[in-house]
Design a protein around this ligand. Structure first.
Ligand code: BES
Ligand code: MN
Ligand code: ZN
Length: 485
């Protein structure tokens, strides 16, 4: 599907399906819409065939009340257009940008439309012998006659294409089964991505991980036949706007069996998605490079497989992490925080201006928010505010949880400095408290628990089929962009 923007006083009439937005309770609706009781309520849609048989369909999309309007509603409108287009086997789709005008500029509308179309059009079909009966739409035309600056809209379209492509790349990495996407395969994919997109990439293998004394990475990977990998990606612009980098860290457990504290078999297959944080960091780095953002950004992804092999760590084992702190591993299934501990300490040498990690860290976070919010915790209100704002803009909403000192006793260990599970409750917060201990070198640190949002199961959604959602990519890119404003 090719996406183009056209600007003309003459209405665009060549679409097989053309989307028009209507706000609730405004301007008298065309008669056919009113007759069919279409009222512009958010989420409503109505497909009208034109009287002239040669012309296409109009898809009226309810946008809800103007004062409640969001970019996410535009993304969803574009997704609905694409899905109707698939169903009707359309060749050309049209979207009337001017009907979405109000709060947002033509560029913002176009950008949201591209994201909605691209994210809803994604499929992971590599392993289907017969690709199925999917229909290929030839083009989507975004049109406007409002005198919007065509150059700025076209560049918004290009940028949204770059970001959407990165999200789909992240989905591809994360949807691969764990027998394919091993730590080595993930580092090879990151290397290849870096080479193609002008990023620098270094990968530490087992020897270097041992030499550095990354006790968390060693402990988690020792029960697996797969060698751990530590991936370091860097965006180094010629003229960075400021000196210190933003450092992004992503949990990369290519499969989480739980280790000796083994998980029940129901739904264990979903634990191939336990590298979604790492995949989001790798995808965000790709977008940041292609957008040529003049910000230094470092992406760090510790990658291991958590298996119960004969060399596996045992409950009660004590490990020493990269920063010298000792951890009592009371539950080998709380492994993400162990590898993140090493990665957060490793970030210190870059003197981060901001340090942000993303991880499918706790089932408790999914239990709290379902797939409606990312759990957000952090030590700096300014950074937390930026992330919340980026979440609103991208539709990857974040909700803050507290990291009060009073939670600290819950992870105080009997035999070591700290233990890797809570004594009681507060599963998501105590995981955040654990990470905080390893991020103390940077005043501006935040943690994103994406356990509920990283993949979609059960039923397809408008912006994501079943499988990895690529959550975090757009949030990270928006966060980095916010430092350029
Ligand atoms: N990767 C899981 C968290 C997870 C579970 C994410 C289910 C999404 C869905 C993580 O490594 C884990 O197992 N966490 C444990 C921690 C517990 C042992 C303290 C959990 O949440 O049960
Ligand atoms: Mn686990
Ligand atoms: Zn895990």
């Amino acid at each position: 599907m090719k996406i183009t923007a056209i600007f003309s006083k003459k209405p665009f009439k060549n679409a097989d399906v053309c989307a028009v937005g209507y706000f609730e309770g405004e301007r008298p609706l065309p008669k056919e819409l009113a007759a069919k009781k279409f009222d512009g309520k958010c989420g409503s849609e109505l497909l009208l065939s034109s009287r002239n048989a040669s012309a296409g369909f109009t898809l009226a999309i309810g946008l809800g009340r103007r004062d409640k309007f969001t970019l996410e509603r535009i993304r969803r409108a574009a997704a609905k257009l694409v899905s109707q287009g698939q169903r009707l086997k359309a060749q050309t789709l049209g979207m009337d940008l001017d009907s979405f005008r109000g709060k947002f500029s033509a560029s913002q509308i176009a950008s949201a439309a591209v994201e909605g179309a691209r994210l809803s059009d994604y499929r992971f079909n590599r392993y289907k012998s017969k690709p199925g009966s999917s229909h290929e739409i030839a083009s989507l035309v975004l049109f406007s006659d409002s005198g919007a600056s065509s150059a700025s809209v076209r560049s918004a379209v290009r940028e949204a294409e770059i970001v959407s492509e990165a999200v789909c790349f992240t989905r591809d990495l994360a949807n691969e089964p764990a027998n394919v996407m091993t730590p080595r395969r993930l580092s090879a994919a990151a290397r290849e991505m870096a080479r193609k997109n002008g990023l620098s990439c270094r990968v530490l293998g087992l020897r270097e991980i041992k030499n550095l004394k990354m006790g968390g990475m060693i402990g988690v990977s020792q029960g697996s036949a797969e060698e751990p990998q530590f991936i370091i990606l860097e965006n180094r612009p010629a003229r960075p706007r400021f000196k210190d980098p933003i450092v992004l860290v992503g949990k990369g457990i290519t499969f989480d069996t739980g280790g000796i504290s083994i998980k029940p078999s129901n739904d264990m297959d979903k634990m191939k998605f336990d590298m979604c944080g790492a995949a989001a960091v790798i995808g965000a780095m790709k977008a940041i490079a292609n957008l040529k953002l003049s910000v230094k950004v470092v992406g760090l992804t510790p990658v291991c497989e958590n298996m119960p092999g004969s060399r596996a760590q045992r409950p009660g084992d004590i490990i020493t992490c990269l920063n010298g702190k000792t951890v009592e591993v009371l539950n080998t299934d709380a492994e993400g925080r162990l590898i993140l501990a090493d990665a957060l300490e490793y970030a210190k040498k870059f003197k981060p201006k901001a340090l942000v990690d993303a991880a499918t860290l706790t089932g408790a976070c999914a239990a709290t928010f379902a797939d409606l919010a990312i759990g957000l915790m952090g030590t700096d209100p300014e950074l937390v505010g930026r992330i919340k704002e980026a979440g609103e803009q991208t539709g990857e909403r974040c909700w803050e949880l507290p990291l009060w000192d009073e939670y600290r006793p819950l992870i105080k260990a009997t035999y070591a400095d700290i233990q890797n599970i809570s004594k009681k409750y507060a599963g998501t917060i105590t995981a955040g408290m654990f990470l905080k201990e390893f991020a103390e070198h940077t005043k501006t640190w935040a943690h994103l628990d994406i356990a509920g949002t990283a993949w979609n199961e059960g039923a397809p959604k408008l912006l994501s089929p079943i499988g990895a959602t690529g959550v975090g990519v757009r949030l990270f890119v928006q966060l980095v962009k916010s430092y350029l404003e």
